[in-house]
Design a protein around this ligand. Structure first.
Ligand code: FAD
Length: 800
């Protein structure tokens, strides 16, 4: 039996990149096992496109890191080229919404520093002389993009890793994986390895290797093809004249890409109805193989591409590459710890594994060696899909992602496939009352309430159809009372003699006393915010925690890991409790009709009590994310409907309303409350996030404390009021000072109670207090820092 610190399963671009980065970070006892030779999965036949275009800063960084690696670092380390062609790339469109999207992504790039240029049709003609312009509104240019030879890049990473002590076992298929006493045992055809860490980097086979590890990896292979032309005379002529390589061109509306390949072209179409392949297990004998060409499926897309690039027709088809790409339910890779399996990691599911591979290996290697991800991992965290992501969901979402490979990403986007998986007991009631649903970690949850049946949110970058409806919801919640279904929260019970002690040492704040509710941020080793828990201490041996829906698996892993050494049990009770929010100045009167409990002085703000509501024992917490008088009622799932109906009846005379997630978002921004996942991430500490009042460092030890205190050049979170009309901030807008990017918006909305457009943003130059602007959809708009929340800064309404 061989011993190793890490075993990586899979020698594609992703696995080899991890081997490279781990060995460079000093973890040299690493074995990569590969069933064939390196790159014999999806990697060898990829078209090699590398881009900087992304809506999320982390994903953009993965892509930019790959380019730097393939273009500059590996060639200097090995003395050999990876076949990187710095051709640049562009996307062109006829769709005005797409132009908004381009402006948005270009705005993000002001902050991240990767140049993107919004194009006019004239500029498109200049940059891509083979493109026709009919109907085009414009485009976006990515000057640092290009394409790489995936095999050369993978082999270059392998060469460096081998030189640093990493090992590669070729022709060593993994046949079983097991776990005993904190070690993993990996059985291969060339012998067994015992290891502390195991990484699934099996790409197309990610699901099978996941099954061996005891996981349901939510990725599905979908067939994608591209065709390579023979010589295209005009391209050959350009080469003969010494002209630069043509930029890669994509038409997202027509769903194709074209790049120069020697003196010909490559055309890659993405059809709307993708064809899934080997959903229940990719054949083990499948290797560096291809499917037969199937151009009928994509004929209409080829037609569209010919209209835009007529020179394609002059080439003739030399070959067609048809192979599997894995798609996760949101088309982003699965990177990070595997839920519930200490020492197990995922680095798989990438449908853009070449452009993301170099960066993904860096990201996971940093996470494994430092105990914390180098950037916010939420968009790629391997635990963002739970056990609810069943086979039908995986397939439906993979097909949807493939078809919408180039779809516009609108703010608050809700895609239709794979819906209705996790339903609160109040779901049907919500629909009857006009709820327009969104999703959160598989749950259906009301986003807003319409006066029409089966209404939908507009897809737009501007103000959507729900704006006035949200205004009505806010009116009810701030002037009368309003009900909400908040059942999607993740919920955990900590029980046992050490329950209070455990929670008291868990994070940046101490645990509330019995009968009280508090907020605790749990930190990463690097001092960033990993989790945010609302903590209700029911007794010294019983503490109840709630957190964001999307955090369920991450928080459960974190609690179980940190509970080691304490005499406590951690139980996930997410589905055992439903939660009803009752908010507004009349909420006391409404609730008072259904309970004998003292809701006045006997039940102050930030307290928890078990009370009887309409005959149902309810865990009532006097808290409000909206900044109003109100209660959250946590009660057994099967009794939620009866309590909801009773509350509705009790409030009917006073015009009780409903509110959804959009109204809650608007109202919490008026209070300056930070949202986990958007404003609070592992990148920034609670101190940088303006939460020093929830951070107790004196005479306390907790994970991340010293790292948080020692942070150099800290960032500063500010609440901004922005001058805009008809467009509201949402996410990832650059903040400018003197035209220079100095920060980034993490969330925003219009505040209906204050009439202000608000955003939370991090500034990397904390001294800056004036002359700020926020760039929304390409236009810089004046912004000022609000030194205190614009709504009820003294919390009079909360305490009333
Ligand atoms: C036609 C086409 C064009 C593409 N073009 C692009 C592009 O332009 N840009 C881009 O970024 N991406 C592109 N892709 C996607 C890209 O190819 C993949 O995302 C990427 O190769 C995935 O790399 P990987 O390392 O995750 O997986 P893989 O390359 O599939 O590697 C997984 C490895 O695991 C090994 N393995 C499996 N089972 C076992 C086992 N039991 N034991 C040991 N080893 C095992 C396999 O042999 C394989 O080598 C394209 C894909 C296709 C099909």
């Amino acid at each position: 039996m061989t011993d190793a610190q890490v075993v990586i399963v899979g020698g594609g671009v992703m696995g080899v990149s991890l081997l490279y980065h781990l060995t460079k970070l000093g973890w040299n006892d690493v074995v990569l096992v590969e069933k064939n030779d390196l790159t014999h999965g999806s990697t060898w036949h990829a078209a090699g496109l590398c881009t900087h275009f992304a809506h999320n800063p982390t994903i953009q960084e993965l892509r930019a890191t790959s380019v730097r690696l393939y273009r500059d670092i590996l060639p200097s380390e090995t003395g050999q080229s990876c076949g990187f062609h710095a051709s640049g790339a562009m996307r062109v469109t006829k769709n005005p919404d797409r132009m908004d999207e381009f402006a948005h992504v270009a705005g993000l790039s002001d902050f991240t520093g990767y140049p993107l240029e919004v194009l006019t049709p004239e500029r498109i003609a200049e940059l891509h002389p083979l493109a026709t312009l009919d109907g085009l509104l414009g485009g976006i240019y990515e000057p640092d993009d290009g394409h790489v030879d995936p095999t050369l890049a993978t082999n270059a990473m392998a060469q460096v890793a081998l030189g640093k002590g990493g090992a590669i076992w070729r022709y060593a298929p993994v046949v079983s994986i097991s776990q005993l006493n904190g070690s993993w045992y990996v059985e291969t055809a060339k012998g067994a390895i015992s290891t502390k860490h195991i990484v699934n980097a099996a790409g197309t086979w990610g699901w099978e290797i996941g099954k061996m590890m005891g996981l349901n990896v939510p990725s599905v292979p979908v067939l994608h093809q591209y065709l390579v032309t023979d010589t295209v005379p005009v391209v050959a002529e350009r080469i003969a004249r010494g002209l630069p390589e043509l930029p890669i061109i994509r038409d997202p509306e027509e769903s194709w890409y074209v790049r120069q390949e020697r003196d010909g072209l490559i055309l890659g179409p993405y059809e709307k109805e993708g064809q899934v392949w080997s959903v229940d297990g990719c054949p083990p004998e499948f290797g560096a193989d291809l499917m037969p060409p199937d151009l009928d499926r994509v004929e209409h897309i080829i037609e569209a591409a010919l209209q835009r690039i007529p020179a394609l027709e002059t080439g003739g088809v030399k070959s067609v590459i048809n192979g599997p790409i894995t798609f996760t339910p949101d088309a982003s890779p699965l990177i990070g710890p595997a839920h519930g399996l200490p020492g197990a990691w995922l680095l798989t599911g990438s449908s853009m594994g070449v452009m993301e591979g170099g960066g993904s290996g860096w990201f996971l290697a940093h996470w494994m060696t430092h105990g914390a991800a180098p950037m916010d991992a939420l968009a790629i965290d391997s635990r963002r899909f739970g056990a609810w992501a069943d086979r039908d969901f995986r397939v439906a979402k993979a097909v949807e992602c493939f078809g919408l490979q180039f779809g516009v990403h609108y703010p608050n986007e809700e895609r239709p496939a794979g819906r209705g998986l996790r339903l609160s007991p109040l779901h049907d009631l919500m629909i009857e009352r006009g709820a327009v649903m969104g999703t959160a970690y598989g749950w259906e949850r009301p986003n807003w309430f319409s006066d029409k049946v089966n209404d939908k949110s507009d897809e737009t970058f501007g103000r959507a159809n729900w704006f006035e409806h949200v205004a009505r919801e806010v009116d009810a919640a701030s002037n009368r009372s309003a009900l909400a279904d908040l059942s999607v929260f993740s919920k955990f019970e900590i029980t046992g003699p050490d329950a209070h002690l455990f929670v008291d040492t868990l994070g940046a704040n101490s645990a509330p006393k019995t009968g009280r509710v508090g907020l605790i941020h749990v930190l990463t080793a690097a001092g960033g915010v990993a989790s945010e828990f609302t903590v209700a201490t029911l007794s010294a041996d019983h503490v109840y925690l709630t957190s964001a829906a999307a955090a369920e698996e991450m928080d459960l892993d974190l609690l179980c890991k940190r509970a080691n050494g304490f005499n406590v049990s951690v139980t996930n009770v997410t589905e055992a409790f439903a939660v009803i929010g009752l908010m507004g100045p009349e909420s006391r009167a409404v609730l008072g009709k259904l309970t004998l409990a003292d809701l006045g002085e006997g039940f102050p703000w930030l307290c928890v009590q078990e009370i009887d509501v309409a005959g149902v024992q309810s865990r009532a917490m006097r808290v409000s994310y909206l900044g109003e008088l109100g209660w959250e009622l946590h009660l057994p799932t099967d009794q939620a409907v009866q309590v909801f109906l009773a509350l509705e009846k009790a409030g009917a005379a006073q015009g009780i309303g409903y509110y959804g997630a959009f109204a809650a978002n608007s109202m919490r921004l008026e209070k300056g409350y930070r949202g986990w996942g958007a404003d609070l991430t592992t990148e920034r500490s609670p101190l940088e996030s303006g939460l020093s009042f929830l951070t107790k460092t004196k005479d306390r030890e907790f994970v991340g404390r010293d790292a948080m205190m020692a942070r150099e050049n800290p960032w500063d979170m500010v609440l901004l009021e922005i001058e805009t009309t008809n467009v509201d901030p949402f996410y990832a807008h650059s903040v400018l000072h003197d035209g220079r990017p100095v920060g980034i918006v993490t969330s925003g909305a219009f505040g209906h109670r204050t009439g202000k457009t608000l955003a939370l943003a991090y500034l990397r130059e904390p001294g800056l207090r004036t002359e700020l602007q926020v760039k929304i959809l390409g236009k810089a708009r004046d912004a000022k820092i609000l030194e205190q929340p614009p709504y009820d800064p003294a919390n009079i309404r909360l305490r009333s």
